[in-house]
Design a protein around this ligand. Structure first.
Ligand code: NAD
Length: 309
């Protein structure tokens, strides 16, 4: 399959690498000059424990992307999705499917502005990855992917995408309710990422506090009330347990928003997690004080650190 990866950071490189290894024709698209230069000069290096593997793989800036691809996999950060899709509209043809695998909420609305409904595939993944240095990505661990076409007419091709991903070892399934899975993962990110970033703790340190489980429940309750207005049922007890169990399992890990805000001084995805719940809550007349305060505090920290992008 001819596949463009729109946003070739940690996750885009991981997926691009795995899909290239099984013979797909991959084009990486990204905007980070040092990363582009490193991959063009030395290839993309994937590091799994002690094993390093370098493959030659084309990478271009969005404005340079040409031709026609069967599938675009979007892997930008949330705030860059619309801008990226706008810049690569030249490679999104009538039959090009676009799969969104970003964390966060509200991306299907952004996708609809750039991609016909029949070509939109939404998804969620629990694979992880990290950039070690420009051109070098950490790809250890295991994960899975769930995807679903937004329009029933896209189902057949989405099943083909599942097959291609499974050939690459990405453990993909066709979902019957991907929006539920997207919201449930957003609960994990909305409860853990922003709190650990604000408190400067890892997950184990957060859960060592007497307050942690209450905070998680309050945040999940707000997500659940807003999700219900969008036709998605998130049982508060079950989802709270899910978030706590999933988070306790990974122990001393610092969630990605901690890495972005505290460690690397980069803008966060909070507007697409707690911020989106607050925004949608205002629209539906639901008060979401935890999500509002968390969003304001994360933005305050971004501004205090002088982070622009
Ligand atoms: P990323 O930060 O690695 O990459 C996003 C963009 O930032 C890319 O364009 C990349 O080139 C650029 N970038 C990365 N490091 C940079 C640096 N030091 N300086 C300048 N530019 C830099 O993002 P990601 O982790 O691949 O996440 C993409 C999406 O996938 C997000 O929505 C994220 O929440 C989601 N996601 C991430 C993980 C994970 O483990 N990383 C897991 C699941 C979902």
């Amino acid at each position: 399959m001819k596949i463009a990866i729109a946003g070739a950071g940690a996750m885009g490189c991981r997926f691009g690498y795995m899909l290239a290894k099984t013979g797909n024709e991959i084009l990486l698209i990204d905007e980070w000059p040092a990363h582009i230069e490193a991959i063009q000069k030395n290839g993309l290096t994937a590091v799994d424990g002690d094993v390093r593997d370098t493959i030659q793989i084309p990478i271009v800036r969005p404005e340079e992307a040409r031709g026609q691809v069967d599938l675009v996999i979007a892997f930008t950060k949330s705030m860059k999705l619309g801008e990226m899709l706008g810049k690569i509209k030249g490679i999104i043809h009538e039959d090009t499917k676009v799969l969104c695998l970003l964390n966060g909420l509200g991306h299907e609305e952004t996708m609809r502005k750039y991609v016909p409904e029949k070509n939109i595939i939404m998804g969620v993944t629990i694979w992880t990855a990290g950039i070690i240095e420009p051109g070098v990505v950490r790809v250890g661990g295991v994960g899975s992917v769930e995807i679903q076409a937004i329009d029933p007419s896209g189902e057949k091709v989405a099943h083909e995408v599942v097959e291609v991903m499974n050939e690459a070892g990405l453990c993909a399934v066709y979902s019957q309710n991907v929006l539920f899975s997207i919201w449930r993962k957003a609960c994990v990110n909305g409860a853990m990422n922003s709190t650990c970033a604000l408190l400067d703790t890892n997950l184990a340190e957060f859960f060592a506090s007497n307050y942690a489980e209450d905070i998680v429940r309050e945040i999940v309750t707000e997500f659940s009330q807003v999700a219900a207005k969008e036709g998605i049922t998130l049982d508060i007890d079950q989802t709270t347990d899910y978030v706590i169990t999933a988070s306790k399992k990974v122990g001393s890990h610092y969630p990605s928003m901690h890495q972005d805000l505290v460690q690397n001084h980069r803008l966060t995805e909070v507007d697409f997690l707690n911020g989106m719940v607050n925004k949608k809550g205002e629209k539906y007349g639901i008060n979401t004080p935890y999500c509002r305060l968390i969003t304001q505090m994360v933005h305050t920290k971004e501004q205090a650190l002088g982070i622009k992008q």
